[in-house]
Design a protein around this ligand. Structure first.
Ligand code: ATP
Length: 331
């Protein structure tokens, strides 16, 4: 999925990550709530409640988890739901945690069920029962876990089971960034990278960044290359514009999956309405991916609407793809 990061990009991103809440651009509400919660925990000298971060990829969930550990001056351990296949994988992680440590589990909704149940007791009582053997002879050995803070990340809080959700004391939903917030992200990154970026150049890049800091940083790399190779190194409006044209960046910032979904909806299904599963199959993706990764931005950009009969492309979607919108009303 395009908004996800490659290994090489992860390394590049590491240098651009905000290190403190104050450096973290946007998400004002979540930032304020977190800052109060962390100050409270620091004052009491106890780990804060477990934190759930939800929202589309690339909006800063991993960065926030790192900032939480940093602000608490405790170590951070990173893992992901798909990496925890068996209960034993989780026991190994939990029992190795240092007191107060932050455990970050990305894609926490994909954790295997037996491990998930173990996580409940660890979150609640800082204890896990390791079951040895099977059937009537099985024995449960309780193991203590150091008090820790779990930071879970998911593309949608609704994907979590109820008992899992209930065990988080604090949930923050990260939303797409406004263009002016992305301009601030870009200005900061440009400073760190030593790239000269004019305000107009930044606005042009921000407008095509799909509301996503990861994409803003990615586009900044492309326009920097272009500025160095084809211009005098300064990213002006003209340079940004020309670079983004060379790299076929969608004027609204849509990525490959966004365009595939929208194109299928418009061309194959005449603009809809069409059910989520049918739409997902037609672009070769899981319904969950279409719903959590492509749809939020398409909805936000006013290109797609959800109706009781399925997904419908708006007239703006037809126009954006270069088709004439149909005359009929949206259902
Ligand atoms: P994924 O779910 O795909 O792991 P994520 O939501 O965890 O994505 P991050 O990896 O935290 O996203 O952020 C991606 C990049 O975007 C980071 O390198 C960081 O530089 C930048 N970034 C994200 N949020 C902000 C922000 N609020 N201010 C400045 N930079 C940000």
């Amino acid at each position: 999925v395009a908004a996800a990061a490659t290994a090489e990009e992860r390394a590049f991103e590491a240098g651009l990550r905000p290190r403190t809440l104050a450096e973290f651009v946007g998400q004002r509400k979540a930032r304020e709530q977190l800052s109060i919660m962390l100050a409270g925990a620091r004052g009491r000298g106890r780990p804060p409640d477990h934190v759930l971060l939800s929202g589309p990829p690339g909006l800063g969930k991993t960065s926030l988890a790192m900032i939480i550990a940093q602000e608490l001056a405790v170590p951070l351990r990173l893992t992901s739901g798909p990496a925890i296949e068996r209960a034993g994988d989780l026991v190994a992680i939990l029992t190795a945690l240092a007191p107060g440590e932050v455990l970050f589990i990305d894609e926490i909704h994909r954790i295997a069920r037996p491990a998930e149940e173990l996580l409940y007791s660890a979150m609640e009582d800082f204890r896990v029962d390791v079951v040895l053997g099977k059937g009537p002879g099985a024995t449960a050995i309780p193991l203590d876990v150091a008090p820790f803070t779990l930071v879970g990340a998911t593309t949608r809080a609704g994907l979590l089971t109820g008992p899992m959700r209930d065990r988080f004391g604090f949930t923050a939903h990260l939303d797409f960034y406004d263009p002016d917030e992305l301009v601030a992200v870009l200005a900061r990154s440009a400073r760190l990278l030593g790239v000269e970026l004019t305000p107009e150049g930044a606005t042009e890049v921000a407008g095509r960044s799909r509301g996503t800091p990861r994409i803003a940083n990615r586009l900044l790399r492309r326009v920097r290359d272009y500025a160095e190779v084809r211009a005098d190194g300064v990213v002006t409006l003209d340079v940004a514009h020309a670079a983004l044209r060379v790299y076929d960046v969608d004027p609204l910032g849509l990525d490959r999956l966004d365009r595939a979904v929208l194109t299928a909806l418009v061309k194959r299904f005449g603009g809809g309405p069409v059910g989520l599963t049918t739409l997902a199959v037609s672009v070769g993706e899981e319904p969950e991916t279409v719903e959590d990764v492509a749809e939020p931005f398409l909805l936000r950009a006013g290109l797609l609407v959800r109706t009781s009969r399925g997904r419908v492309a708006t007239p703006a979607a037809f126009t954006h793809l270069g088709f004439d919108p149909p005359d009929q009303e949206l259902g």
